[in-house]
Design a protein around this ligand. Structure first.
Ligand SMILES: [Zn+2]
Length: 211
């Protein structure tokens, strides 16, 4: 689990960032008028925008031979796992049964009182095998609540906000999660895809461990 530090992992999760993976250059950014002004790359490539039109951070997809940074996720792989509902550890299809896809989550202060129903997450799902691995290896595993989610809806993104200045785009700040449709997304470079968990069932950890 990349956001919750692993001390002695035996496996590097698929979504984890590596120190040899370089982000895109800010000099590559420009402003596009569509007609609303919005962040764009000077030379756009096929997957630079998602279906909602949000611009995504570019990452040079390195050989994954560098040093893993367990506290960070590679935006491209996080997006791929979250969009395709792939396991964040192995990159294969996440575990799914009649109650839905398997997520490991924990309650955060900003979560709605209905948690886990209606909560937001940037942590992609897992397969059953790797959910067991995460529980065995992560020091924060005691907080994990296994969830089955029938309807993990695409909700929005998190990323970095930019401001247009006389000298071009200037990085402003990281943003909390923004919902698709928010006009502020025009000036944001997305780095994580966020899903809203709907039709959630809390499942027994032992069930997952023995499934
Ligand atoms: Zn897996």
């Amino acid at each position: 689990m990349p956001k919750k530090a692993i001390t002695q992992p035996t496996v590097t999760p698929f979504v984890v960032a590596y120190d040899d993976e370089q982000g895109g250059l800010e000099a590559d950014l420009t402003i596009a008028y569509t007609p609303t002004p919005r962040l764009a790359y000077k030379v756009m490539q096929a997957d630079d925008r998602d279906r909602a039109g949000v611009l995504w951070a570019r990452v040079e997809r390195a050989s994954r031979k560098g040093k893993p940074i367990f506290a960070a996720m590679n935006p491209e792989r996080q997006r791929e796992c979250m969009y395709e509902l792939l396991c964040q550890v192995c990159g294969e299809p996440a575990g799914r049964n009649r109650d839905g896809w398997l997520f490991l989550d924990w309650r955060m202060p900003q979560d709605p009182p209905t948690w886990p129903e209606g909560s937001l997450t940037h942590m992609p799902p897992l397969c059953e095998r790797d959910a067991r691995l995460a529980v065995e290896q992560c020091p924060h595993a005691g907080r994990f609540i296994p969830l089955r989610v029938k309807l993990p809806r695409l909700w929005g993104i998190s990323g970095t906000r930019y401001q247009w200045t006389d000298s071009g785009w200037r990085r402003d700040s990281s943003i909390p999660w923004l919902k698709y449709g928010d006009e502020r997304l025009n000036a944001v470079l997305a780095s994580q895809l966020v899903r809203e968990l709907r039709k959630v069932t809390v499942v027994d950890l032992d069930e997952v461990m023995t499934s």
